[in-house]
Design a binder for this molecule. Structure first.
Ligand code: MN
Length: 729
């Protein structure tokens, strides 16, 4: 025998150590395998469709991903996901999709695998759930740190996408609570508090009473270890006596049940340590004064669902015939269940020792629902249930529950006005503030929702670091940054894609206010120009200018000047004159043989449906038939309506096109070459506005007909980066 310190001993020791390690690893693997087999067994024994292959695959994937990692308790990490999956099937009744997601739930968060890896191997649904679970944790929630209101909202947010996320998170939490003893006390305290604050109430709302009770008791144990020990001790001390009393109490009832031919089970249930503690705290009474420490549950087998309620009441009489029943403590949830689905008949009767005993009367089905929540409904479906449709139904029920809170519903759920229907989306600001918007809302809606000022100067959005135009529709969960520019002003076109009433109203008001300011600045530009040139402003001058620019009113001129869409240089005026005279010549070739002009309000093109209006001076203005001005004119008096059939000829007319997109090098060159090379069209006016990465451009082209214009727009849309191309007049 070698002694300590001798060389041989050390070698021997190391050999032993390697050997024992190998043995331990083998034993561990066997344990992991047997846990997984137990999971599979629970699954194959359920009524779910048997999709064993994908579950096995998810297990192998997770086992490989977590290989070599241990929990704080020292056991292999993979045991945790297996245990969570086990809860998912055995205690929540969910199917293969949820089992796989449970097996994989920590893979994205804790290993190098990404959501994409999960999606490639298991499809988008499972990947989506795993991602939801990762989002909730994300190093800031749950196991890792203290809960913040913000993160709780995120939790609920992910619920609205797929309720399975919250259910699996619940299973995850339950297993973590069951194994909490391995953690350091301060961690235990934190996680226990979170469990009481968030998970237990949520479990209650979802009708998961068994899980709720267990979570509460576990949390209580860590939060108030002494109180927990005291209550447990007192409960244990009185147990024999209690069982005795209960037996005396139920004996006559048993007899009646047997006589009436009931198949039943009576469970004597002791209130949970946590609920006793709660009652002591709330009512400020000692343990001995809590009268309903024990409760009885009568569960009867019932074939005919229609008779369920009557039979509950029949059993009620077996108690009320023999005992004094507390008049204020009768609760009938048989006809109208509690909001979370609970059905039962409750009564409280005076026991042999003069203490009240609560009795809960339930059919087997009611009991299952009470214990398992709506997951229990599956058990009552005939035939093999289809994972998805059943789950959908259940999810909808849960959503109904959550959307219609009871009057005494848990406060935090109400205060955040949880709305799980698709009519609302939840988005986050870069600082993590949550904003709720109507579904369909765009970047611009969000900007206006935050502040009118932000809305009026908004030029683009950045969603998850990707640039998007103002018209981009937001999805729940998007983190959105609003990009602004001082130069930006509210645009009438925005009315085309704002979705919320708030943004629409704000935008309308701004445009109204804006129009006044624009006209004023246009008027000033015009006056300044004339002053510099020493030209007095007279009616005849204005008339000439309007004619040159083919405009109807002075306001039109001011507006275009303010928008910088026309220039007042003398050259331009001359050019306009020349243009006008050539247009007149062209018009004279027109079959109408009339001096007419295209109305600036709608700038019609040959091919458009047009109508002409003769004004008092005999000038004919052509409007699109859809033009609001034309509609107003045709309903009014004093205008002669001239029928017009205006076909494309040799002449061309200006048409304005608006382009929006994401800026990139060469985009302007591409627009230019598309127009000149592919379409043989010149640009007569071009205004470009690039702020941040968003590109906006208004251009005027000369075309012979509306059909040609459509062709041009189609080609422009094909340019890389262009998101929107449309005719604006
Ligand atoms: Mn976990």
């Amino acid at each position: 025998m070698l002694k300590f310190g001798e060389k041989g001993y050390i070698c021997n020791y190391m050999d032993n150590s390697i050997q024992s390690q190998a043995i331990r690893a083998g034993a561990e693997q066997a344990m992991v395998d047997s846990e997984f087999r137990a999971l599979l067994q629970a699954y194959t024994a359920s009524r779910h469709r048997k999709k064993v292959e994908i579950i096995e695959r998810a297990y192998r994937f997770a086992a490989a991903a977590h290989r070599g990692v241990r929990r704080r308790s020292g056991e292999p990490y993979i045991l945790h996901p297996i245990a969570v999956a086990r809860i998912v099937i055995s205690e929540l009744g969910l199917g293969s999709t949820s089992i796989c997601a449970a097996l994989l739930h920590d893979v994205v968060e804790d290993t190098e695998y990404t959501r994409e890896d999960i999606e490639t191997n298991f499809g988008p649904k499972i990947a989506g759930i795993v991602e939801g679970l990762t989002k909730i944790s994300g190093g800031i929630f749950g196991d890792r740190a203290s809960m913040q209101a913000e993160n709780f909202r995120k939790l609920l947010l992910s619920m609205s996408t797929d309720i399975r996320v919250i259910l699996i998170k619940m299973a995850d939490r339950l297993h973590n609570m069951r194994t909490l003893s391995a953690l350091r006390p301060e961690k235990q305290f934190k996680i226990a508090g979170e469990t009481l604050y968030v998970y237990a109430p949520l479990a209650h709302r979802l009708g998961l009473f068994k899980i709720k009770t267990e979570l509460e008791d576990l949390a209580f144990q860590y939060e108030h270890p002494q109180k927990y020990a005291e209550i447990k001790e007192k409960l244990a001390a009185g147990e024999a006596h209690r069982l005795d009393i209960v037996e005396q109490f139920v004996a006559p009832v048993r007899q009646r049940l047997d006589e009436a031919g009931f198949k039943y089970e009576i469970k004597a249930r002791v209130k949970s340590a946590y609920s006793i503690f709660n009652k002591m705290e709330k009512k400020k009474i000692p343990f001995d004064e809590i009268y309903d420490i024990y409760a009885l549950r009568v569960i009867f087998e019932n074939e005919d669902e229609e008779k369920e309620r009557v039979r509950c009441w029949e059993i009620y009489t077996f108690f009320s015939d023999g005992y004094a029943v507390h008049p204020d403590r009768l609760r009938d949830w048989t006809s109208v269940p509690k909001a979370n689905g609970y059905r039962a008949l409750h009564l409280t009767a005076m026991g042999p020792d003069g203490r009240w005993i609560e009795v809960q009367i339930r059919s087997r089905r009611m009991d299952d629902i009470a214990e398992l929540g709506y997951a229990a409904h599956w058990k009552y479906k005939t035939g093999v249930s289809d994972d998805e449709t059943e789950l959908d139904k259940w999810m909808n029920t849960v959503k109904d529950i959550l959307a219609n809170p009871e009057p005494d519903a848990i406060d935090f759920l109400d205060t955040i006005k949880l709305n799980l229907f698709a009519s609302e989306i939840y988005v986050f600001t870069p600082h993590g503030d949550l904003r709720t918007l109507a579904a369909g809302a765009t970047v611009l809606d969000l900007a206006f929702d935050i502040h009118t000022e932000l809305g009026s100067h908004c030029i683009a959005g950045k969603i998850n670091h990707r640039l998007v135009p103002l018209s981009h529709r937001l999805d729940s969960g998007d983190q959105v940054e609003i990009i602004t520019s001082k130069a930006q002003t509210p645009k009438r076109e925005w009315l085309g894609f704002v979705h919320t009433a708030k943004a629409r109203n704000a935008l309308r008001n701004l445009l109204k206010r804006d129009k006044g300011a624009m006209l004023e600045s246009g008027r000033k530009l015009f006056a300044d120009f004339l002053e510099r040139k020493g030209i007095p402003l007279t009616d005849s001058l204005m008339e000439r200018v309007l004619r040159n620019y083919r405009l109807a009113t002075a306001d039109d001129l001011y507006m275009l000047l303010a928008r910088d869409e026309i220039s007042l240089s003398p050259d331009r005026l001359k050019e306009a004159d020349r243009k006008r005279s050539s247009m007149m010549k062209r018009l004279l070739r027109n079959p109408f043989r009339q001096k007419y002009r295209t109305a600036p309000c709608c700038s019609p093109l040959p091919g458009d449906d047009v109508v002409g209006f003769k004004d008092t001076d005999g000038r004919v203005y052509l409007h699109k038939t859809s033009c609001p001005v034309a509609i107003k004119l045709s309903s009014g008096q004093g205008s002669d309506i001239v029928a017009a059939d205006w076909q494309a000829g040799n002449s061309t007319f200006p048409a304005r096109i608006r382009l929006e997109g994401i800026d990139r090098t060469g985009i302007i060159a591409d627009i230019g070459s598309t127009l000149s090379e592919r379409l043989d069209t010149g640009i007569s006016h071009l205004q470009i506005d690039v702020s941040a990465e968003v590109f906006e451009c208004t251009l005027t082209v000369n075309v012979d007909s509306s059909a040609s214009l459509e062709k041009i727009i189609t080609c422009l849309k094909e340019i890389k980066g262009i998101k929107i191309a449309r005719r604006i007049s």
